[in-house]
Design a protein around this ligand. Structure first.
Ligand SMILES: Cc1ncc(COP(=O)(O)O)c(C=O)c1O
Length: 390
C-alpha cells in the first residue's frame, strides 16, 4: 500500500519546480507548489522496469512496436471506454511537440486558432510562435464555476477559425467537460469544419464524481477531425522522461503529422520513456487509484481550510491536481497579489495572469504532494492573510 507520506528530496536534481525556486520567486525558503509535476515517488513497477532497463546497460536506437500500441489501446479502453485502432497512434516526446506539429501542418500563417482562456500558457505561445491568430473564447465564470460560452465559440468558428486547442480536462480551472458540452463543441466543429486538437494529458486524473470522455470518441465525424494528445507523464509523474502519444484516426492528418516529425528530426523514441509507459499502463492502476485518493484528501483539505476565509476561494476541481484559487476578494492589484504569495506567504504558485487576462486576481496551486506538505503551504497562506488583516 502506497501511503504517499514521504516528501522526496528533489533538491539538486535539476528539478524545475525545486531548483529554480530561488531564481523565480526570489528566495530559497519559498515552498514550491507550482509547475505541474508531483512531489511523489513513482509506482514501484515503473521504477523496477526502469532499473531493469538501466541494468541492461546498452541504450542504442530503439523502436516502438505493436505490443506497445496494444498496451496503449487497452489503457484507453479500460480507463476511458474508447476503442481505438492501434494504427492511429503517433508517438511524440511531448504533448506540446505534437500541438506544435499539428499547428504547423494543419494551418498556415494568419489562420485563426481558438483557445479557451484562462488556459495553459503554452497554448497561447504556440499559436503566436507560428504567426497564427490567437482567438480567445473566454470561459464564463459564474457562481464559482466555469462554463463554456457557446455563443462566442460559434462566432469564433463562424469567423473562419481553422483549429481549436481544447484543454480536456481543463488546466487551470479543473473542469472535466460533460458529454453534453463535448457534443456541443463537436457539433460546432463539424458545422464549421474546425480541426480539434484535444489536449487530454490530464485525462486519468479525475475525481470520483466525474467521468472523462475523449471528445474524439463521441462519433465518427468528430473522430475524423480530431487529434487527441495523451501521455502517461502527468498521470504517473514521468515528465522528465519525455514520452507521449497522439491518437489520429484520420489517415491524411496522421501522415502529415508523421512526416512533420521526420522533417524536424523527431522520430526516435526515448527508450526509458516508453519502458516507463509500458510498465505504467500494464501495472500502474493500483498506484493510480491510491493517488486519486490522496488528491481527494488534498482537495478537501484546501477547500476546508479556506471555507471561512472570504479572501480566497478555491475553485472545486473535477480533474487535475491543480487548484485554481480565486483571490479577487483580497482586493489587491494583481502584482501585489503575486508578491504577497511569494514574499509574505512564501509559497511558489503559478501566476494566474499567465493563463490569460481573465486570470487576473487568480493563482494556481499544485496539490500533488504529501498531505502534510499541502497543509503546510495552505497554513502559510492563511497566516499571511491574518497578518495582512491586522
Ligand atoms: C494541459 C497541458 N498540456 C501539456 C502539458 C505538457 O506536456 P508535455 O510535457 O508532454 O509537452 C502540460 C503540463 O503541465 C499541461 O498541463
Amino acid at each position: 500500500m502506497q501511503t504517499f507520506e514521504q516528501l522526496p528530496n528533489r533538491k539538486q536534481t535539476r528539478s524545475v519546480k525545486w531548483d529554480m525556486t530561488e531564481k523565480l520567486f526570489g528566495s530559497k525558503d519559498v515552498q514550491p507548489m507550482w509547475v505541474a509535476d508531483m512531489d511523489l515517488e513513482i509506482a514501484k513497477p515503473i521504477k523496477e522496469a526502469l532499473i531493469n532497463r538501466v541494468d541492461h546497460g546498452v541504450f542504442g536506437y530503439t523502436f516502438t512496436d505493436q505490443q506497445l500500441n496494444l498496451t496503449i489501446a487497452e489503457w484507453l479502453y479500460q480507463r476511458h471506454g474508447w476503442k481505438i485502432n492501434p494504427d492511429w497512434i503517433v508517438y511524440s516526446p511531448g504533448v506540446l511537440t505534437t500541438i506544435h506539429m499539428a499547428v504547423i501542418t494543419q494551418t498556415v500563417p494568419d489562420d485563426k486558432i481558438v483557445i479557451q482562456t484562462p488556459v495553459y500558457p503554452p497554448f497561447h505561445s504556440i499559436v503566436k510562435s507560428h504567426q497564427r491568430q490567437l482567438i480567445e473564447n473566454p470561459l464564463i465564470y459564474q457562481d464559482g464555476k466555469y462554463k463554456i460560452d457557446f455563443e462566442d465559440l460559434e462566432q469564433s468558428f463562424a469567423s473562419g477559425a481553422k483549429a481549436m486547442i481544447l484543454c480536456s480536462p481543463h488546466n487551470p480551472v479543473g473542469r472535466v467537460w460533460s458529454k453534453d458540452e463535448l457534443l456541443q463543441i463537436s457539433q460546432l466543429a463539424e458545422k464549421y469544419n474546425v480541426l480539434i486538437i484535444s489536449d487530454e494529458i490530464h485525462a486519468d486524473l479525475i475525481y470520483k464524481e466525474s467521468t472523462h470522455i475523449p471528445i474524439s470518441s463521441l462519433n465518427e465525424q468528430i473522430n475524423d477531425q480530431t487529434i487527441t494528445c495523451f501521455s502517461p507523464t502527468k498521470t504517473f509523474n514521468l515528465a522528465g522522461l519525455q514520452v507521449s502519444y497522439a491518437i489520429i484516426p484520420n489517415e491524411s492528418l496522421r501522415l502529415k503529422i508523421n512526416n512533420a516529425f521526420k522533417q524536424y528530426g523527431i522520430s526516435e523514441p526515448n527508450t526509458l520513456g516508453f519502458t516507463a509507459l509500458e510498465a505504467a499502463y500494464q501495472h500502474g492502476t493500483k498506484w493510480l487509484e491510491q493517488l486519486i485518493q490522496l488528491l481527494h484528501q488534498n482537495r478537501e483539505l484546501v477547500e476546508r481550510s479556506f471555507r471561512n476565509r472570504s479572501e480566497i476561494t478555491p475553485i472545486h476541481a473535477q480533474g487535475t491536481y491543480l487548484i485554481w484559487l480565486d483571490c479577487t476578494e483580497m482586493k489587491l492589484e494583481h502584482e501585489a497579489l503575486v508578491s504577497f504569495m511569494a514574499k509574505e506567504a512564501k509559497i511558489g504558485l503559478n501566476d494566474g495572469i499567465s493563463f490569460g487576462a481573465n486570470g487576473k486576481g487568480f493563482m494556481r496551486m499544485n496539490i500533488a504532494s504529501p498531505t502534510s506538505y499541502v497543509e503546510a503551504g495552505v497554513q502559510k497562506i492563511i497566516a499571511a492573510l491574518d497578518r495582512l488583516a491586522n
